[in-house]
Design a protein around this ligand. Structure first.
Ligand SMILES: [Zn+2]
Ligand SMILES: [Zn+2]
Length: 157
């Protein structure tokens, strides 16, 4: 765990999440996901995530887990949320062992995203782009850059 961390919490305060400040500030770790299930599970347009190594995340409190079998990517995604106030806390995809997607709505301030996933699901009235954001129609392609980025986080691929 890095020396300096930043913490966020769910709406009721029952669950708090701490992540390293340096990972939080890296735009390349921040992504918006427009897949149908992210939107539906959060009651929102898209989930807004900090992707990092599970080892770097400290969670206090006990989130409720939902194993979501009906995803666009075909894998069962684990979705964690507060069982009191319903705030989404994180998601984990078994395709990327060791990687966690912490829901950034828990934090303040909110860091700038570097990527947007499942843009094919964005409604027509929301096509405006964010400066410097890499847009992907679905999951990103497995490029060498992506592999390197995942390996840096200790993800088994
Ligand atoms: Zn809560
Ligand atoms: Zn998603």
């Amino acid at each position: 765990m890095a020396a300096s961390t930043i913490s966020g919490k769910c709406l009721c305060g029952q669950i708090s999440v701490s992540v390293p400040q340096d990972a939080f500030n890296k735009t390349e770790n921040v992504g918006i996901c427009y897949c149908k299930n992210c939107g539906q599970s959060g009651g929102c347009l898209a989930s807004y995530n900090l992707y990092l190594s599970e080892e770097d995340v400290k969670i206090e409190g006990q989130p409720k887990l939902y194993q979501d079998p009906n995803t666009d990517s075909g894998t069962t995604v684990e979705r964690a949320f507060c069982n009191n106030c319903g705030s989404p806390v994180y998601g984990r995809n078994p395709k990327f062992i060791g990687l966690i997607a912490v829901r950034l709505g828990l934090f303040n301030p909110l860091p700038k995203p570097g990527m947007a996933l499942y843009c094919k699901n964005r409604p027509d009235w929301n096509k405006g782009t964010i400066d410097g954001v890499q847009e992907h129609e679905a999951m990103p392609e497995f490029t060498e850059d992506l592999k390197k980025w995942l390996q840096e986080k200790g993800v088994v691929i």
